[in-house]
Design a protein around this ligand. Structure first.
Ligand SMILES: [Zn+2]
Length: 206
């Protein structure tokens, strides 16, 4: 009888021991997309916690904001990628930022990921886009008063943005999409896609 109890305790220990080990392995979140430093920045907070937004007025931030980003391998099982996406959303919707879009380099991750608020859709939802590229621009321009979370304290009217753009991107299901976007939403896409190419809206002022 005692032997049986010992055996049961041993089996329970083994089970919990293994499951504990397993979950810590999962939390270490190996990712094809990110370096060790990037993984620790991404997991420095919970998925609903906003991240520090880099500022053009800080010299080391400014270097990152001026760097062209890399494409990501889109995989919804990549826990690090999904955690980053959640934290970017928490950052852009944080009441202290209250933005209409954000790009990964703005929180220090040099990857081609953006969130855009879709003013052309009912309810103005925020949507995430991976590896977005602009394939075509209309000649017709649209003047717009732009601001940027990384350039606090100023707003300027850009006169060089296209009224509409043809976008190519990968969605969260890893499917390539092509879409035409116009108006204010097209300006947001142009602004955010500039970010992942190391370009700021100040560069678009005449
Ligand atoms: Zn910006």
């Amino acid at each position: 009888m005692i032997r049986k109890i010992y055996y049961t305790v041993f089996v329970i220990f083994l089970f919990y021991g293994c499951s504990g080990f397993d979950s810590s392995q999962k939390h270490s979140t190996r990712s094809k997309n990110f370096s060790k430093d990037e993984v620790s920045l991404i997991f420095s907070g919970e998925s609903n916690q906003s991240m520090r937004v880099l500022s053009i007025y800080n010299q080391s931030d400014s270097i990152l904001l001026r760097t062209k980003c890399d494409d990501v391998i889109v995989d919804s099982d990549d826990k690090t990628l999904m955690h980053l996406v959640d934290r970017m959303y928490a950052t852009v919707t944080d009441s202290s930022n209250d933005g209409v879009g954000i790009a990964a380099p703005q929180i220090g991750i040099l990857k081609n990921i953006i969130w855009v608020q879709r003013y052309d859709k009912e309810g103005n939802p925020f949507e995430v886009y991976f590896n977005p590229k602009i394939k075509k621009y209309t000649k017709r321009k649209l003047n717009w008063l732009e601001g940027c979370l990384s350039i606090p304290g100023r707003r300027d009217t850009t006169t060089t943005r296209s009224y509409a753009v043809l976008l190519e991107y990968t969605d969260v299901q890893n499917t390539k999409q092509i879409e035409m976007v116009e108006g204010f939403t097209a300006i947001i896409f142009q602004h955010e896609i500039d970010h992942i190419n190391g370009i700021l809206y100040l560069d678009r002022l005449k």
